[in-house]
Design a protein around this ligand. Structure first.
Ligand code: DGL
Length: 274
């Protein structure tokens, strides 16, 4: 049975973990939330790259056989460096689904809500440059949303007001498709649907990311195990108990059979979970 590491700046990557537990239930998972350092999206690119590399090195040392960088910001700034350093294990990243959005938008008018670092990154802008010019993207940094999500304020009026502020340029432009370019944002889905209406198509890449993880596990011949008790270890650099309670609230997949452990750790303590 493989141990799969899933890493985000905080609780956002739980949206990817949730999908992984659904599609690939027969593995052990180690979820690492660097909540003491969230949000990453408002930090300098070099800091994000170095920190993300250090986290992935620690996950590899702790025995992870595959790592999902469940963070658009860390993927944008660090995935090439991480792949170059950790050649032996598959590293799967996430990026805003602007390509599927461009294909699906009827009006050719797409909103992209992501962190400032992701929108400014070379990787995102290189991806944007590959798309045909007949689709217009309204890009908006969701400044301030991640701390509200980290503190569990998913339905608070403050969160709704800030979200409405960030979505306003897209509403004014009349987008028919919205890309959620930060793994924290799917947890705001009820507010987003409420504010944009159900006619706007929401593009979230979690499913595709986990399909890619499944392909990589096959390519690397990493086996799964149908029997035996599976484990989920939740590690946070800020507060393991809080991450655990957020996970219990946010995960929708079947976790009844999982043996769940949680801890507050520093980077050098990741292997404590094994
Ligand atoms: N969840 C992350 C992302 O997908 C990062 C959010 C943050 O820490 O700013 O971009």
């Amino acid at each position: 049975m493989a141990l799969i590491g899933v890493f985000d700046s905080g609780v956002g990557g739980l949206s990817i973990l949730d999908e992984a537990l659904r599609q690939l239930p027969n593995h052990d998972y180690l979820y690492f939330a660097d909540s003491a350092n969230a949000p990453y999206g408002e930090k300098p690119p070099e800091w994000i790259a170095q920190r993300s590399l250090a986290v992935c090195q620690s996950l590899a040392e702790a025995g992870c056989q595959a790592i999902v960088i469940a963070c658009n910001t860390a993927t944008a700034e660090a995935i090439q460096r991480i792949r170059a350093e950790l050649k032996a294990i598959p590293i799967i990243g996430v990026e805003p689904g602007i390509k599927p959005a461009a294909l699906q938008s009827q009006k050719g008018l797409v909103g992209v809500l992501a962190t400032e670092a992701t929108l400014k990154s070379d990787k995102f802008n290189a991806l944007l440059a590959t798309l045909p010019g007949d689709c217009r993207f309204i890009k908006q940094a969701g400044e301030g949303l991640v701390p509200l999500i980290e503190s569990g304020q998913l339905h608070a009026s403050e969160t709704a007001a800030l979200l409405a502020h960030h979505l306003q340029p897209m509403r004014t432009a009349g987008v028919d498709t919205l890309v959620l370019g930060c793994t924290h944002y799917p947890f705001l889905m009820p507010l987003i649907l409420n504010q944009l209406g159900s006619s706007v198509l929401i593009v979230d890449t979690s499913e595709a990311v986990v399909r890619q993880l499944a392909r990589q596990l096959e390519v690397h011949r990493i086996p799964s195990e149908a029997s035996g008790r599976r484990s989920l270890c939740l590690l946070s650099t800020a507060d393991g108990a809080r991450l655990h309670s957020m996970a219990m609230q946010l995960l929708r997949s079947d976790i009844a059979e999982l043996s769940i452990d949680f801890k507050t750790v520093g980077l050098d303590q990741i292997s404590l979970c094994r």
